[in-house]
Structure formats: structure tokens, C-alpha cells
Design a protein. Sequence first.
Length: 326
Amino acid sequence: MKKVSVYVPENAAIEAVTPPYRLFKTANDFLKAFDKKPLFDVEYVGLKNYIATNDGEYSVKIDRLIKDIQETDLIIIPAIYGEIDTAIKANEKVIPWIKKMHQNGSEVASLCIGAFLLGETGLVNGKRCSTHWAYYNQFRDMFPEINIVEGSVITDEGKIYSSGGANSIWNLLLYILEKYTDRNTAILAAKYFAIDIDRNSQGAFTIFTGQKAHNDKEILQTQNYIEKSYQDKLTINGLADKVDISQRTFERRFKLATNNTPVEYVQRVRIEAAKRSFESSRKNVSEVMFDVGYSDMKAFRDVFKRVTGITPIEYRNKYSKVAVEN
């Protein structure tokens, strides 16, 4: 029997609390239906008997307090809710417990921005971690020693797992379910909850806004120029000349300020523009490609897929007005 402890954080997001509890309970039902023994003992655990979530909109009854738990197979850390620093402080007493359980053999999985609590444990220092794409920069600032994996839905660092944002939590839960049971049980659960079991990127949902929370005036000037002139032919040397900085110094300062190379930044701006064009117009892929500054279809396709996880035509078919109206 696998003991699954769903930690209900103070300042929890209810949308991330109930899925792990429901998935593993439902998996037991599937196993029983096939004359197999239930595998999961699932419980809500926490710092007190009742936990208010979503600013008090909901309340979750806790099955056991963490002070009474000496061993468990899997700890799941759902997403926290509201202001990050406030939520971390409200849950600071759980951090030593998670570390102790992991040292005793427990696996740990964070869902969405539950990654901030996982980050506080130090268990993923020097390792890969995923979280909601909207929190990449804040996570990177708070935990520079952790390798935040942009676009990733799931990371597996051997007994430590993390997921991307929102519905990505289901993909991690199904991934863990498959590891604990088998592929057929995971597929059955995916169909039951209507989840795309093999989605591995949240890139298509990412809105690139650039990293501008820095004090480098010349680099900020360059970012603004790129965002206004992305259709033009842009070169690193040309961008450096505009702010009167040597190319080598410009590249170093740009990367330091934005966490992107100049080339990566131009690509991200262009792909974001392409996504918006696919969503709001009837233009075909070639027209959009030229509009955002590309002239080579293979180069455009390769960059688009690397950034979003899907091809331009796949994105257009999913999100364009043509697809909706037809």
C-alpha cells in the first residue's frame, strides 16, 4: 500500500488540492474493478485540523497533522494562493518536516506554484524544477541555485517531481500514477478525467513579456526597441551600436539583465507576435512568418516549436479565428 500525503498549505489554492486526492482515490476504484487490490492510502495532511483555502472561500478538513506523521511514500505540495512571500511564511513550519520525510525515503512532488515551498526546502538546489510560466522570473530571483525549466510540464529529479501551471498538475499526477501502477491504469484515469496524458510542454500557453525588472537603462532601451522593430532585420552588432556598447559587453549585460541572449529575446518577441497574429487573424503561416520578420520557413518552424512546444500550423489550428468559425 502506497501512502500518499496531500499537504494542504496555509494559503492553498483549492484547485490544486483536490485533484491529487481524487486521482489516487479513483485509481483505487479502477484497480478494484479489475480484481486488483487498492494500492493507495490517500489523506489530507496539514498544520491544523481545518485549513482555509482561496482566502477563506473553502475549508479543507485535515485527516492527520504532520506532527503525527513519521513516514509516508509520497508528499504532494499543491499550489499556494495569493502573495508568495506571505504564503511561504504561513507554511514555514512544514519545511523541516518535508526535508525530514524526504531524508527518510519519501518522494516529494510540487504542483504549479507549490514549487515555491519545494524551493524553500533546498531539495532541488542544483536540480531542475518547473512551475507556472507566469512565475518563472520571480522563482528564478528567489531561488537562483535552482534550474527553472521553462516550458516544461513535468520534471523528474529522482524522488522529487514538479509540474507546470494550472492543468499541468494533472500531467504530473498521471505520470506518478503510471510509475506506481502501469500505463493502462494511467490511460484509464486520463480518459476518466479528460486529460491529455502525454502533454509535455506549457509553452503554447506562455505569454512572453520579457524580464524588465532590472536597472540597466541601455538594455531596457534595447528591449523596447526590439519589441517595436521585431519585423526588421536585427543584428547583435546593430543593437549594440544603438546604445553605444561593444558587442561583447552588450551580450554579457543583456543576458545578465534579461536571462536571455539578444538572439533568444528577438526570437521570443517574434514568436509572441506570431501567436497573437494566429489568434486574431485569418492569415496563413507564410503570411505570419513574413509579418514577424522571418523569411525562412524551416527556421520559423523550428524556433516556433522550440518556444511553444507545437508547430505553427498546430498552433493556428488550435487558436485561430478560422478554426473557431469553421
